[in-house]
Design a protein around this ligand. Structure first.
Ligand SMILES: Cc1ncc(COP(=O)(O)O)c(C=O)c1O
Length: 398
């Protein structure tokens, strides 16, 4: 067969095991408890309200929209930010097609092939995939219970021999670990980024999903107007991921570049989806929706923590997040390989994401990400019990 004339860059496209699990699971015909995708369950999305607003006839709704986004939605986002103690400005907001497009735009604007990019280890698979698609050289930095170990960066960077161009962080209820970056580390991160002239790609889809503890100021609240902070936000986790509506909050000088990039990409984010979100926000529905779901997420997180203790005892150590969707579980027996466990877990009727999917260095073989947001407490217990059966089966075969 003749070889296709693929560009070299196609070899750098690594894809995402997380996203591939959507089609993998869709092909299964048996009952599976779904801990894999990071998405709210249908009953925790405001489906009726979204349907109602989606059905509203609005002139121009099915036409092209402005590349920077629908003015009504931008206005609602500005209001939402003010309610949460942060003042932005219209020139700083660009609507994106989900948070993923915000990440793509960030790496596209700031990263040339071979540039050093600090990433958390573990981190969101698709963030790494996007950085790699622009030829980034990834420097994986450790994460502990207080988020990215920012104090470790100077030595890691010195060893790399050059300053990073960008630092990719998920400060709140990190994907996959569930941990949150402490205030002291946020402050140090701002200092180091200024020293290196590195942009901080602050990816925060889960910040509004805090169900315990007090909020920690966001990076752009700590240093408003700092041009090195590039904030990526999305409605996927607080409303519904299928909408594919997010936004970027970045220095106003970047907006012309963001618009040019979007015009070479998708022209504008879906206008009907933007209008639906704008009407949802304008109607004052977000806070009541969050008030309804947050207690349920807490319940689900607690159910998962309890199920892990019940079924695994000391054999598994898990994080205990104050918000978001994920627990990160590590096996005490380092010989457990969550990648090879996956197939038998799936056969047993439970899906998760294996630890190595969150590293470019093939780390975290003994860990896995569990999403507690999608299942009821009863199903969570059932899923963890199935996981235990799969682990025992693999152990017996070893
Ligand atoms: C940390 C992080 N960033 C970005 C995204 C992508 O969000 P969206 O679905 O809006 O593209 C996700 C979704 O899982 C995420 O967890």
């Amino acid at each position: 067969m003749r070889r296709l004339p693929l560009a070299d860059r196609s070899a750098g496209l690594v894809g995402s095991m997380i996203d591939s699990s959507t089609s993998l699971l869709a092909r299964q015909t048996h009952d599976i408890v779904r801990f894999a995708m990071g998405a709210p369950s249908d009953d925790l999305m405001p489906v009726e309200l979204l349907d109602r607003f989606a059905a509203h006839a609005v002139p121009g709704k099915y036409s092209y929209g402005a590349s920077e986004g629908e003015p009504d939605l931008v206005g609602e986002i500005l209001k939402l930010q003010t309610e949460h103690g942060y003042s932005s400005g219209p020139g700083r907001i660009t609507i994106t097609t989900g948070g993923m497009q915000g990440l793509d735009l960030a790496f596209k604007l700031f990263v040339d092939p071979g540039d050093l990019v600090v990433v958390e280890g573990p981190t969101y698979t698709n963030g790494n995939a996007t950085a790699l698609s622009y030829g980034a050289d990834l420097l994986e930095a450790p994460v502990d219970g207080d988020g990215l170990v920012v104090e470790a960066l100077p030595e890691l960077v010195a060893r790399a021999g050059r300053p990073p161009k960008a630092i990719y962080t998920i400060p709140n209820f990190q994907n996959p670990s569930g941990v949150t970056l402490s205030l002291a580390r946020r402050e140090l991160l701002l200092e180091l980024a200024a020293q290196w002239g590195a942009v901080i790609i602050d990816d925060d889809p889960y910040g509004l999903l805090r169900f315990d503890g007090s909020p920690i100021p966001a990076l752009n609240e700590l240093d408003p107007g700092n041009p090195l902070i590039f904030s990526v936000r999305t409605f996927s986790k607080i409303l519904a991921p299928g909408l594919r509506v997010g936004w970027v909050d970045a220095d106003a000088s970047l907006q012309p570049f963001l618009i040019n990039a979007k015009q070479a990409m998708d022209t504008c984010t879906s206008v009907p989806a933007q209008r639906t979100v704008a009407e949802f926000l304008a109607g004052g529905h977000l806070q009541p929706h969050l008030d309804r779901v947050l207690g349920l997420y807490r319940q689900r997180k607690e159910a998962m923590g309890a199920a892990l203790v019940r079924h695994f005892g000391d054999a598994v150590r898990a994080t205990d997040p104050d918000g978001g969707f994920f627990l990160w579980a590590t096996f005490a027996d380092a010989a457990v390989d969550t990648s090879s466990l996956f197939e038998s877990a799936l056969a047993e009727g439970v899906a998760y994401i294996p630890g190595p999917a969150f590293s470019t260095n093939d780390h975290f073989h003994d860990a896995l990400r569990l999403c507690f947001a999608t299942s009821t407490p009863g199903r969570i217990d059932e899923g963890v019990a199935r996981l235990k059966t799969a682990v025992d089966r693999i152990g017996a075969d070893r």
